[in-house]
Design a protein around this ligand. Structure first.
Ligand SMILES: [Zn+2]
Length: 271
């Protein structure tokens, strides 16, 4: 009995490991196959769609600069990325904020409010030329100081309203057959003249009237005197040679910047 039972037990022992190995191995093989297929699918998904989320997040979270373009192009150099990479480009071109401030100007001239005539004081005997009181007082002082040195400062134009500026800009423009850009080099469009503020005055030399409102005024004794003394009365040249606004050199055109309001009028950044 014992001799018979032993081999059976052995057979069973031999057969049992075979069954248990298969029973253990099969699930492992199945799990490994599933894992491989999952990994394969995931890597395939990443390979196909990786470019999209990278380029979107970089363009949303950071500036769409060259670095993000390099990252997205390195991630996947497929033609799909080319339209996506080109998306940030027009954004950067339309984004620069400083340009908004320059949109205020018109042909190099900045807009100015027209001061009420009730706030003006005459600087000529006939009352035809007017400035704001602070500017008028300083102009008269400057004129007297120049006179004491034999220099005759003649005010040629001071405050001008919209209508006067309109005639000056468009009337002369048509008369001379100038286009708007060329006209704006020597005259501001209505609404954009410093003469609207009541702080600007065109000055001539009483001893050289031929140079009135001409660049040749720069060669006169009056201009040389102004160059040396005008700042003592808070008058300065608005359009010196090669000025930032691109307006032609106007040696006759001076503006008052001797109080808070005039300083803010000409120097405050406009947004
Ligand atoms: Zn002027």
């Amino acid at each position: 009995m014992d001799e018979i039972e032993i081999p059976e037990a052995i057979r069973e022992d031999v057969e049992l490991p075979k069954q248990s190995w298969l029973a253990l191995a099969m699930p492992i093989i199945v799990v490994m196959a599933l894992c491989l297929s999952v990994v394969g699918l995931v890597s395939l998904w990443l390979f196909i769609f990786q470019g999209n989320p990278i380029s979107e997040t970089t363009s949303d979270s950071t500036d769409p600069n060259a670095e993000s373009k390099i990252i997205s192009s390195q991630a996947q150099p497929k033609p799909q990325l080319k339209p996506q990479a080109s998306v940030p480009t027009p954004i950067t071109e339309s984004e620069p904020v400083p340009e908004k401030t320059s949109k205020k100007d018109l042909l190099g001239h900045l807009p100015y409010d027209v001061v009420s005539t009730s706030e003006l004081t005459a600087i000529t005997a006939d009352g035809s030329l007017k400035l704001r009181p602070a500017a008028a007082n300083k102009f008269r002082q400057m004129q007297a100081a120049a006179k004491a040195e034999g220099i005759t400062l003649v005010p040629l134009s001071a405050f001008r309203d919209d209508q006067a500026q309109e005639k000056l800009f468009f009337g002369v423009k048509e008369q001379r057959g100038q286009n708007a850009t060329k006209r704006a080099k020597v005259s501001a469009p209505p609404g954009y003249s410093e003469h609207h503020t009541g702080y600007a005055v065109d000055i001539g030399d009483g001893n050289a009237p031929a140079t009135n409102v001409e660049v040749e005024f720069a060669d006169t004794a009056a201009f040389r005197w102004l160059e040396q003394n005008a700042l003592k009365y808070s008058f300065e040249l608005s359009f010196p040679p090669d000025n930032k606004q691109g307006v032609s050199y106007e040696p006759w055109h001076w503006r008052f910047v001797g109080d808070r309001n005039s300083l803010e009028t000409f120097y405050k950044v406009r947004n």
